[in-house]
Design a protein around this ligand. Structure first.
Ligand code: ADP
Ligand code: TYD
Length: 214
């Protein structure tokens, strides 16, 4: 085997306020400290063009876009992010950590505004065509998630205005996705203190990295 370490694509998913951004940052710091190249990124966004699309998606009135247009905008942002940032980094052998990816589209666009999962899957196959190597689903009670999300409320509220019933549906939807993609998605209990969650995240990713080297 060559000495080159393979790139690995890790994503964080979960409802708003579950602790994804906190854990993505901590994982990036922990892996960078071992000397690996780490690219920490997020969706929607992660590349200059996709960040512009992010502003279109997350600001403004809830009915700003039709469900179909919204799917296209998330897919366009993801395509740019993949082309410009994710795929080049993986080709260099980096660990790419993305705060949200396609599972968010399967959930938020796939079920929030009607049954569009079929459309989401078709667009993904056509324009993205790649899944993460590993997905950490940070699972948390929707009430706790909303409390945390509202505590750091900013201008990007289009989706966070959805309320508790929708957050509860999202949580169930994410857990159903974890069952559907059980090889790829690991469920992490996010109700614990940040250090405990970070330790389990690092152990899970470490096991995957060891597997990739074996
Ligand atoms: P997300 O990216 O999933 O929306 P964040 O990482 O931004 O979540 O966390 C939302 C808020 O909750 C932040 O203010 C963060 O500091 C806090 N937080 C994150 N993880 C925990 C935790 N395990 N326990 C308590 N508070 C947390
Ligand atoms: P994010 O900034 O990750 O929000 P948070 O930190 O509160 O979890 O994502 C912004 C919003 O975008 C979030 O409410 C979920 C939504 N979203 C979708 O609806 N579809 C998608 O494909 C993605 C990536 C995000």
């Amino acid at each position: 085997m060559s000495g080159r370490v393979a790139g690995i694509f890790v994503t964080f998913e979960g409802i708003d306020g579950s602790g994804k951004s906190t854990q993505a940052r901590r994982l990036a710091e922990a892996l960078a400290a071992t000397g690996r190249e780490v690219v920490l990124t997020r969706e929607p966004g992660g590349s200059p063009g996709a960040e512009e699309i992010r502003a279109l998606l997350l600001q403004g009135e809830a009915d700003r876009w039709s469900p179909e247009t919204e799917c296209l905008l998330f897919t366009a942002a993801r395509r740019d992010h993949m082309e410009k940032r994710v795929l080049p980094a993986l080709a260099r052998g980096a660990v790419v950590i993305s705060d949200r990816f396609a599972d968010s589209t399967r959930l938020y666009q796939g079920i929030t505004r009607g049954d569009l999962r079929g459309l989401v899957d078709k667009l993904h196959a056509l324009m993205i065509g790649r899944e993460p190597d590993l997905t950490l689903l940070i699972d948390i009670d929707p009430t706790v998630g909303l409390e945390r999300a509202f505590a750091r409320k900013g201008s990007e509220e289009r989706f966070e205005n959805m309320g508790q019933a929708m957050q509860a549906r999202m949580r169930e939807g994410f857990l159903a996705l974890a069952a559907e993609f059980s090889e790829r998605i690991r469920v992490i209990d996010g109700a614990r203190d940040p250090d405990s969650v970070a330790a389990e995240v690092l152990a899970t990713v470490g096991a995957r990295l060891d597997g990739a080297r074996a």
